[in-house]
Ligand binder design. Sequence first.
Ligand SMILES: [Zn+2]
Ligand SMILES: [Zn+2]
Ligand SMILES: [Zn+2]
Ligand SMILES: [Zn+2]
Length: 147
Amino acid sequence: MTKQTSKPIEKEIKEKPRCGLCGKTRNLTKTECCGQWICDDQHKYVLFTYARNSCSRNHDRFTLCGHHFSEGHSGDWKTCEKCRNNFETEIYVYYGTNEYNFEKLENPPKFKPTRCAKCKKIISLSEDGYSMSAGGYFCMDCSAIKW
Ligand SMILES: [Zn+2]
Ligand SMILES: [Zn+2]
Ligand SMILES: [Zn+2]
Ligand SMILES: [Zn+2]
């Protein structure tokens, strides 16, 4: 040990912590999964509204980081096989690259767009409504039709 610290450490934190997702500086907390500053706003979420107005909820629910943590996987989510296998590739890529992430997947795998099994319209599994059955995915229009 030859290093000597003579100067007192007076590193003043000038920069206020900000939510890594929306940039707000009030009511912050740290994510359990990755220790990043985020809005402490879970309470804003109204049950069953499916609103996506809560930064911390969005990160917990719609990212691989949050999933990886809540499922108790080990290692880094970006290289986690379990996460990779738990989702359709399209969902996996969405969860790994959406705006609720602090860090995004660097090389997201390619996937073919999902198409409605009936009308062949492209369905976004992350944003559109759809239903699933043995025959595949169905867009909302086709789901509504009685077979
Ligand atoms: Zn926020
Ligand atoms: Zn996280
Ligand atoms: Zn995982
Ligand atoms: Zn359809």
